[in-house]
Design a protein around this ligand. Sequence first.
Ligand code: ZN
Length: 319
Amino acid sequence: MKNIKMKSILKNLTFALMAIFLVACGNGTDTPEESNNDGEDTLHVISSFSILSDMVEKIGGDYVQVHNLVPIGTDPHDYEPLPEDIKAATDADLLFYNGLNLEGGEKGWFFRLINSVGQAEENIFEASEGVEPMYLADEEGKQEVNPHAYISPKVGIQMTENIRKALIQAMPENEEYFEQQAKEYLEHLEKIDADYTEKIDSIPEEDRAFIASEQAFQYMTAEYGLKEGYIWAIDTDENGTPEQIRNAVEFVNENQPNVLFVESNVDRRPMQTVSTETGVEIYERPIFSDEIGKPGEEGDSYTDFLEYNLDVIFNGLTK
Ligand SMILES: [Zn+2]
């Protein structure tokens, strides 16, 4: 008798504990942060490389969660997606790529990824849509679109407008929010664009020769009136062949740039050779082309990247 009573008390206690446990769990899902930042209120976005990912994050603000594909320090022209990239691409509501051949075009790594997960075409946006392409000659002398348009703040303005349009299309109920975010971002870019014009205009004509390793600065140099030299046309070609070095040495001898620039993500040795052969030194600070700075370091957002580059260019050429 006593035993049976004890069993029933224990049974009741177990139910009571389970009930407390369930209530506690239920409460956890009701916290305000979670209902604001998760589920239907957030666009799950993937973006192909660090510069674009930062732009989408800044313009999308509270309503986007961005999965960046090509990590800083890795070449965006040729990338092998990881298992987590494939998962993110499968689950994404919105997918951004730079375009202008940065990701290798229709047959490149980005479209291979998208096609392999069967994403709907209406979710995919080219950030550089409508940008007037410029061309470079590849190893075989074939004309190819130069992907590095975003190095010019002018192009950044156009990309911002494209990103805004895509976000509004994907989440029309937050149109006003995205308009406001984009407006502030555009104001910052317009200020940077004006700074590029003003600072580069102030450099004497004979000091406006600019040379870096890759022909990545074409859009920016054409926009603001610098004369561009380079060692190789694009990172995916062979880098630093004797012929490429010879051409770069010729550019330096002819145009007498004040300094030589080296990008943050390339092998320094070819430019070192150009420096040794011409007696023109390499500027002490690297310049950015295909990536932003690591978090917490210089140039770790797109707008900082642009401001940093202008600072490097101006100080290098007027040194
Ligand atoms: Zn590049």
